[in-house]
Ligand binder design. Structure first.
Ligand code: ATP
Ligand code: MG
Length: 238
């Protein structure tokens, strides 16, 4: 877990003020998030509790990257971000979206070679129909949409977060199975990471698009509906 890396680095960063400030901020946020997850798990038998509200998805992305960048650096890997210049808000459960990003980026980290890199980029798209088309045309690509109405996917704007890695990639024959609970190729994996991603994106009526090539890497996109909210052009809000 990323916070473990912070603790391991602590003795070597005694005089690093920036490290301590980041650590304090991240530790507090993580403890709160872990508490809520534990609470959710204890409540598993009851209907799932969620904290849906208006959030800035860019903050989710940047918080998650900041949380994982030391784990990446430990592996000699780098996580870079290229964010859409338009800012927007989505209606979502922030903790759960962060959990989705952690699970996806952690998989990329596990798949990376030494000095590998992960790029996270975001954009607002007017339709997700191009993803469906790509998945239909190319075996080994996957697309799920959880829009309640078929037509929504073509008329609705989505906020798309893409995580790209230059890791091992996923063999074509396995790609259809990776969202199944307990499917894993790792000694210490539970195989629950992507099952959780699937469930959370489904609960948000979003979409998932994945393309991967063995030996080359993986592009993993999640789309979250903008719910009729107009993206704000940041240049108008300076
Ligand atoms: N970016 C990726 N590159 C290569 N393989 C991947 C990638 N993402 C997922 N996979 C494959 O999908 C499998 C399932 O992933 P999932 O996150 O569900 O479980 P896990 O990572 O094995 O275990 P856990 O996340 O529970 O610790 C992985 O074991 C791996 O084989
Ligand atoms: Mg995983």
């Amino acid at each position: 877990m990323a916070i473990n890396t912070y603790f391991q680095l602590l003795p070597y960063k005694k005089d690093d003020v920036e490290f301590h400030t980041n650590f304090r901020e991240i530790a507090l946020k993580e403890i709160e998030r872990i508490n809520r997850i534990i609470e959710d798990m204890l409540n598993l038998a009851k209907p799932s509790h969620s904290n849906i509200r208006c959030i800035d998805p860019h903050c989710c992305v940047m918080d998650t990257i900041n949380l994982l960048k030391h784990t990446a650096a430990d592996k000699g890997a780098e996580i870079t971000a290229a964010l859409d210049e338009k800012r927007c808000q989505i209606i979502a459960d922030e903790d759960k979206i962060k959990q989705v990003l952690i699970n996806i980026i952690q998989n990329s980290l596990d798949a990376l070679p030494e000095n590998g890199c992960i790029q996270v980029n975001t954009r607002i798209v007017d339709t997700i129909s191009e993803y469906r088309k790509l998945a239909n045309e190319h075996p080994g690509r996957i697309f799920f949409s959880f829009a309640p109405h078929q037509l929504d996917q073509f008329n609705k704007q989505y906020f798309v977060i893409k995580v790209s890695d230059n890791g091992t990639g996923i063999p074509e024959g396995k790609i259809a199975h990776i969202f199944e609970p307990f499917f894993t190729n790792k000694d210490k994996g539970t195989g629950l990471g992507l099952a959780i991603v699937y469930r959370i994106i489904k609960d948000h009526e979003g979409c998932i698009y994945l393309e991967s090539k063995e030996g080359t890497g993986t592009d993993f996109s999640i789309g979250l509906p903008l719910n009729g909210m107009n993206p704000l052009d940041i240049t108008n809000h300076k």
